[in-house]
Ligand binder design. Sequence first.
Ligand SMILES: [Zn+2]
Length: 494
Amino acid sequence: MARMIRIAVLQFSHETVTFLGNDTTIADFTYAGSPAAGEALLASDPRGYMGGFVQVAREFDGVELVGIESPLWPVTGSGSGWVTGEAFEHFTAKMIAGLRAGGTWDGVYLCVHGAMAVRGVERPEAELARRVRKVVGREAFIAGTFDPHGNEDAEFLAAADFAFCVKYFPHYDSHLQGQRAARMLVRAIRGDYAPKSATVKVPILTPTVQQWTGASPWMDLVQRALVWEAREPDLFVNFYFGFPWSDVPDAGMCFQVIANGDAALAKRVADDMARAAWRRRAELVKAATIHRIGDGVRMAAAAMADGKMPVVLADHSDRSGAATWLLREIQAQDLPGVVVVSVADAAAVEALRNARPGDAFDREVGGKLDVSAGAPVRVTGTVLGGDWSANDVKQHWVAIGFGSGCALVLTPYLTQVLYPETVRQYGLDPAAFRGFAIKSRVHFRRGFDDSGFAPTILLVEPDEPFLGTIRLEALPYRHVELERFYPYGEVAFP
Ligand SMILES: [Zn+2]
């Protein structure tokens, strides 16, 4: 008869773009629904890591899950900079106090991301795991789930027992990794699994737009990891692509392998994965073709003339959501039938609160947030609709008709559109457009490419090497030594 197992569930997730000017603060993590505790935390993301974790943990008899009060994703999504030290300490202290007050724990699940960057705290996920370990002791097991954009090294697994990282970009398998975390925590607690891990960093740094796992060589490395997992039962292979928009000391590619009681096997597989990645390094850093925005808009017009529609123009480089470069060029070339979704402009959305469909619109929008957002662009047209009813201002929006059958959606924050159908949320019919001008690097491939929707996909970025550029050498790194990474220096590996 299995004894009762008690597992604490915590979350602290952010993907921090340290080059953005707006710090991520306590206030950004605090809104209706966040922080969340108890069932509210456990039910906070049914299709994601948390949902998978809770689902499988509850398939076991005698497992008690306790949601410890934790912040959900900040209101800024991934459109904000350094998490303040104050925010990290505030929420971590509350979580640790909740753990202490909760009694004795057999296991802890940490729903983290891996690319959180905190002022004054290196490797915040590992720091969280260390603090949790101090409370729960060496007997308990700690498992984390991670995004492949995590900047990780051996530190997290020095304090925790398990890490499970999503394999695909777009991130189709977060639910699956949550399930694995639950299953392996319970098995380890019951003495059925003895986690032994190996970690190997690979000195390759790539812009995220290159990391689509729907194409080689990225898909080949994912496949290699899957083959290892298939041929060695109870082996888990984590492939962190790394997140270059976080200027942190553990940036870059990393492999982690976890095996049942077999440290040598874990090391052998981690070395194999690392060497396989290094062999393909020249292809890894140029897997995607990026066009300058003017060229991309011209190519979109040509594709439309050829009937290769719908066309996607993805400004992959916009990290604030406010960038106007693509909107400006669509206006300049009078590209017809395009929905631009979205340009972030919180002030404009608020100012238009009383607008009604049919109202004339003439206003400068977007830009300003930082130099990479560009200058505001004047748009003249007609208000198509808007919604300011939600308590959560993130959900407010206004849609404007302009140009030759074009529409522009303004939102308060960076909005990544992943599916054509999403424009229905803004009162628009996806079938009415020949083109979609969006802000996304890879996630949009979920609905626009892997789905077969758009025959023409054009990735664009501004001429200037701004934040979000594929030209990482243009970024003002202070903690990352770029010349220690391929392709930015003479790097020897292994
Ligand atoms: Zn990611």
